[in-house]
Ligand binder design. Sequence first.
Ligand code: SF4
Length: 373
Amino acid sequence: MAGLYIHIPFCKHACHYCNFHFSTSLQLQPQLVSALVTELTLRADYLKEPLESIYFGGGTPSLLTPLQLETLFNTIYKHFNVTANAEITLEANPDDLTPFTLSTLNQLPINRLSVGVQSFFEEELRWMNRAHTASQAIRCIADAQDAGFSNLTIDLIYGSPSLTNSKWEANLQKVIELGIQHLSAYCLTVEPKTALAYTIQTKQQPALNEEQAEAQFLQLLDCLEPAGFEQYEISNFAKHQKYAVHNTNYWRHKPYLGIGPSAHSYNLNTRSWNIANNNKYIQGIEAMKPHFEIEVLTIDNQYNEYVMTALRTMWGIDRRLVDTQFGKAKLQLLDQAIKVFLEHEQIVQIDNHYRLTRAGKFRADGIAAALFA
Ligand code: SF4
């Protein structure tokens, strides 16, 4: 099974922490949708397997009009084999999710909404420069549930300077109270070329506090686990096994096709990525000369990616899979490099799997890097 990702590179505001590819000028939206249709048609044979998931990400896919979404769906269903129960996710921002929009979205094949809430506190949202208000964040979830979207996920951010532990606790309690089944909780990071990076560099605000972030990460586990959430990936929590099919397939290294500016594609042997520039992307597609780069993945690349992603999941690194897919030498390397983390109880071995312990989870990326070939 495979996945399809479509990148919608437009946003109303530039959030201060964000370095995804997007433009706050929406002028090119019609041309971009036409280019997406063409790219979908041109690359219809990239995947050899049926689609188990379709994901509209961004940017802000909820800025698309119902007609634009319908055009994209018509193209997808014409050129791709989509399984009957495919997970079809649309990322949406709370200010776009009015009852009217939700009812039109409900008439499309979308069966999962990923809502960029980030916080239920007004001052936090202003600090992030989000386009929505706290009351919109709360209201849109109830409206989405009333409109029949039972598969809802929201994003929250922790580790920001104004987020006290008690506010973070209140945000998490709100998730539980609202009956949300899936949460992605991200630790705030300072990405290059963002307003956040600039204000820290110019000392307009202090650097982020890692101790606070770690404390809030542990708070996250303490709050959600008793409420029935499973942490199936470092940043992802689900109730009743409502794991995100699309993202889980990334972590399981299933192939995917990425359409749109900056979108990445993966077909087991190569990874490619489209140009992160709306104008150049459209021009390239219109001229039938798409701008993209491609990397042929070596065994070491594939092994490192497997270690990086598998370690972050609750399933952990499968020693047998390392042996069969990457060879005995890699398994020996892994067993040797992992010893220190077993001794420090940051990793535990259960049967043939290496899994992070509570003490290791906050350091997942650093530990994975130490295990690389
Ligand atoms: S809405 Fe999302 S993609 Fe757009 S700037 Fe904010 S965080 Fe980035």
